[in-house]
Design a protein. Structure first.
Length: 279
């Protein structure tokens, strides 16, 4: 009688264990499936770092993360890009005082920022030989390069050449490079070289479908003419086999649905932030 009860108990135990194990596997698989492909969090409060676990690829400002913190993200199978600003300089950066004499002019809508002379050797050496290696040593997967639009604002041969020098220096480190914006520079380079892989692996374009109204501190739909321009630009880039990313800003469901539908149709990766601060 006792043996029979024991046998029944063991069978029951293994059945329940099998069900729990299967359930956990399903839950684990669901978590993987439901992870969003892309997120940009340049001003993330590190107390909310677990927010990043919901994404496959994230962009952070790795200057404010330790190597251990980044490696922890990578253990969760997250690809980590670090923001790196090569075309302008912010006053809060620890190296601002050293390079502020290279400032070219005021950066519209961002009072704490100045366009910088990317043709200057000291700036190029700092980015390529000091800042970039420091970030790579933390274990990042690639760079999210900002403000190549310096060439749009200062369309000089020296600025164009300076950007090429910096981007090639980053790519020569055998790493991934996403350029944020910079359509004037990227278009000129693509027409001249018929290839983009020497300087980048992806392009992120902000505000294709949305518009940031800095005056009223709100977001709305982008002008149709601007949206048409950027969609045409991104479509042309596809021939160079680079990955396309969109970064948009909205809480409005109708706009979000429009962005999602377009990106899914054209196989673009996108992130829609509820706030401009990217927290």
């Amino acid at each position: 009688m006792n043996k029979r009860i024991l046998t029944i108990g063991l069978v029951f135990y293994f059945v329940i264990s099998s069900i729990i194990s299967s359930s956990n596997a399903v839950i684990s698989h669901a978590k993987k499936v439901n992870r969003k492909p892309y997120g940009v969090f340049l001003n993330l409060n590190k107390r909310n770092v677990k927010k990043l676990y919901r994404y496959k690829t994230v962009v952070i400002d790795a200057q404010f993360f330790s190597k251990e913190e980044i490696l922890k993200l990578k253990k969760h199978k997250i690809k980590v890009y670090s923001y790196i600003n090569i075309g302008s300089i912010e006053k809060f950066r620890p190296y601002y005082s050293k390079f502020k004499h290279l400032a070219l002019g005021h950066y519209e809508n961002w009072d704490e920022e100045r366009w910088i002379n990317v043709a200057d050797n000291s700036w190029q050496n700092f980015i390529s030989k000091k800042l970039a290696p420091q970030l790579l040593n933390k274990g990042i997967s690639g760079f999210f390069v900002d403000n190549c639009d310096v060439y749009y604002n200062y369309p000089k041969k020296s600025i164009y050449s300076g950007l090429i020098h910096l981007l090639k220096a980053l790519r020569n480190k055998n790493t991934l490079v996403i350029i944020n914006g910079g359509d004037t520079f990227v278009t000129k380079y693509s027409h001249s070289h018929k290839n983009l892989h020497r300087i980048l692996t992806g392009v992120n374009q902000e505000c294709v479908f949305t518009f940031i109204d800095f005056k009223h501190n709100t977001t709305t739909s982008q002008k149709p003419s601007v949206r048409k321009f950027f969609l045409s630009y991104l479509s042309k880039l596809k021939r160079y086999k680079v990955k396309i990313y969109l970064l948009e800003y909205s809480k409005k469901k109708s706009i979000i649905n429009k962005i999602r539908a377009y990106c899914n149709k054209h196989k673009y990766t996108y992130y829609i932030s509820p706030d401009v601060e990217l927290r």
